[in-house]
Design a protein around this ligand. Structure first.
Ligand code: PMP
Length: 442
């Protein structure tokens, strides 16, 4: 399609950018003006290979025709409908499509607009679930160190990234944290799930002993922790968590905002690891990142507990103006169709070994102290510069961008998660650029 290249604005001061070093950025802005398939185009006309699917969300790749057309058509047909006490077909169709691709126990879908909102929604559903069943003492929530569950108050309370918590007051009360599962001395350069660390799940028994199981509502974890640096669950860890939660009547929530929709080569990580939680949070890949949307998937056990009151009574006092928004729903349906028709989850699964070999070929390059991977996700941990713990990886990010590759960094960890439409040649291109960057990094 022909279009005029957007101009870079003269004045960058009004936009207070999220999770960005604003002053530094505005001196040396990096701007994408268009995108197609696996590549972004920069304002100065260069192609940049998308090594991160945007922010772990553009799983089908950019500018996918089915999605673009569905959005245009829906905007002209029904742009908005009230989300409460009214319906429109696309939201119901999308909920059914999600249910049909989700593991069996997940029969119900509650729509949100982001990963953060999905987390808040899941925590609230968990608390309300116990309350409607007459177990209102179950109010405590358990997260994990280094967990990322978005940026709203529930999410940062159960989350375990210090910078995301420490500026924002006392947060939710009644929250405990499991230890994180990163054991660099025992598990470095492991391909896939590490051997050591399942025992860390047993810390949940300590928390239960401290507070009493009947005071605990839910445990929330990312089955594979993404934003905190791509940490794989040790073998047996998720199984153990599930076992202890079941034993004490505690709900288990998997935050699948990153792992949902094909990242590990399956629809959801729950399926990949063969461990079923009670609630799953999603967003990102649900609409290919094109339109904001998230969802919480609930088992019938959870959903049905809310359905026993009078028929005219509202069952859950929760929702958003844009829950199941028509255009987002249309984008979601077209995204799921694109995944299906292009066999993108199968592509991700089929390329996982090639990806793993290419990623681990970076072992031995300067400053590389660990490499981790699964499906089409990978992390390269760099040795931090003393006194400037994020600087080396950020320099790698800047150099990669200059050389035509988008990567993401968190602390001194480089995270990679390309669109699932990637092919072997593009994997070679990605790791070729990255190797070049790492060889020349101070
Ligand atoms: N949970 C997880 C596991 C995430 O990775 C993210 C985003 N990276 C979120 C929640 C928050 O999603 P959002 O930015 O859409 O609010």
């Amino acid at each position: 399609m022909a279009y005029d290249t957007p101009k870079v604005p003269n004045d960058l001061s009004a936009f207070w950018m999220p999770f960005t070093a604003n002053r530094q950025f505005k001196k040396n802005p990096r701007m994408f003006v268009s995108a197609d398939g696996m590549y972004y185009k920069t304002a100065d006309g260069r192609d940049v290979l998308d090594g991160t699917a945007g922010l772990w969300c553009v799983n089908a790749g950019h500018n996918r025709p089915l999605i673009t057309e569905a959005i245009q058509k829906q905007a002209a047909e029904l742009d908005y409908a009230p989300a409460f006490q009214m319906g429109h077909p696309k939201a119901f169709e999308l909920a059914t499509a999600i249910r049909d691709m989700a593991p069996d126990p997940f029969e119900h879908v509650f729509f949100t607009n982001s990963g953060s909102e999905s987390v808040e929604t899941a925590l609230k559903i968990a608390l309300a679930y116990h309350r409607v069943r007459g177990e209102g003492t179950r109010t405590r929530l358990i997260g994990r160190e280094r967990g990322y569950h978005g940026v709203n108050f529930g999410g940062i309370s159960v989350g375990g990234i210090v910078n995301n918590r420490k500026f924002f007051g006392s947060l939710l009360t009644g929250v405990d944290h499991l230890p994180h599962t990163h054991l660099p001395d025992q598990n470095s350069f492991v391909r896939g799930q590490p051997e050591h660390g399942a025992y860390l799940a047993e810390d949940l028994e300590r928390i239960v002993a401290l507070h009493g199981g009947d005071n605990i509502a839910a445990v929330i974890v990312e089955p594979m922790a993404g934003s905190t640096g791509v940490l794989m669950p040790p073998k047996g860890y998720l199984e153990k968590l599930r076992e202890i939660c079941t034993k004490h009547g505690i709900l288990l929530i998997f935050d699948e905002v990153i792992t949902g929709f094909g990242r590990l080569g399956s629809s959801f990580a729950a399926e990949h690891f063969g461990v079923m939680p009670d609630l799953i949070t999603t967003a990102k890949g649900l609409t290919n990142g094109v339109i904001p949307m998230g969802a919480v998937l609930a088992t019938s056990k959870i959903h049905d507990a809310f359905m026993s009151g009078p028929e005219e009574a509202i069952e859950l006092f929760h929702g958003y103006t844009y829950s199941g928004n028509p255009i987002a729903s249309a984008a979601g349906l077209a995204t799921l169709r694109t995944y299906r028709e292009d066999g993108l989850f199968e592509n991700a699964a089929g390329l996982a070994n090639y990806w793993e070999d290419a990623l681990h070929s970076l072992k031995g390059l300067p400053h590389v102290i660990d490499i981790r991977n699964m499906g089409l996700i990978g992390a390269i941990e760099l040795e931090g510069i003393e006194g400037a713990p994020t600087k080396r990886a950020f320099n790698a990010f800047l150099q990669a961008y200059d050389k035509g590759l988008l990567i993401r960094t968190t602390g001194d960890i480089i995270a990679l998660s390309p669109p699932l439409m990637i092919n072997k040649a593009q994997i070679d291109e990605l790791f070729g650029i990255l190797a070049d960057v790492l060889k020349n990094l101070d």
